[in-house]
Write a protein that binds this ligand. Sequence first.
Ligand SMILES: Cc1cc2nc3c(=O)[nH]c(=O)nc-3n(C[C@H](O)[C@H](O)[C@H](O)COP(=O)(O)O)c2cc1C
Length: 236
Amino acid sequence: MDFFDLANKRRSIRKFTDEEVPEEVIEKSLKTALLAANSSNLQPWEFYWIKDENKKEELIKACFSQNAAKTAKELVVAVSRIDTWKRNKNLLINHYKEKDKLIPLVEKYYNTLVPLQYYYDPFGISTIIRKIILFFFSFIGFFKPIARGPSNKHELFEIVTKTTALACQNIMMSLVAQGYDSCPMEGFDKTRVKKLLNLNNKSHIVMVLGIGKRDPKGIYGDRFRINEELVIKIVD
Ligand SMILES: Cc1cc2nc3c(=O)[nH]c(=O)nc-3n(C[C@H](O)[C@H](O)[C@H](O)COP(=O)(O)O)c2cc1C
């Protein structure tokens, strides 16, 4: 299957068969997730493959017992985090150091700019400071392009969630490539899912992926896409 067949074949499956999914298939898909493009290579994602039967039951309930979760053979929860940047940028810097490839520009980027963008304190003081800096910066913005964020927690979550969603697409495509299917879900009670996974308020549940082999009745209708002229814009 070439890439275009793969993209066409991927559908959101709401009913899976009883066929088990080999562990290697999930492992391969999760490893493929980690290859996704991501902002500043900070890899702010986590993927929870739920194997514990009781937790699975709880997760299905938290997904409102929707069919895609109930019939799924495997469930994976994709999480984005705004509190792993420090660890990850240190790992990245160490990697470059070990390879003797840490140039001053890269070090400056990760040790100055990244903390300036990502540091977040629960009282919101860093947000206020960033907003003041960005306010003064905005005057320069009349004359040349400037960075206009992120300043608050919401904007940070936007960055890490965007990146994690790209990784989720890799999981879905990788499953199709291996003959399996999935359904991404955002229909869940986020408070319950977070509690189930012991996650703090610096994490966000991006989506839950139901995984299995497609049942012919698992596709709810023909694929519908709105007219491409409405969404593909040629700027000339
Ligand atoms: C972020 C996200 C959340 C979704 N949530 C649900 C969901 O909770 N339940 C569901 O049945 N489908 C869900 N879907 C699947 C969409 O309904 C589906 O992708 C869309 O209808 C297009 O169909 P296709 O994936 O088969 O091309 C979700 C998809 C995405 C990307």
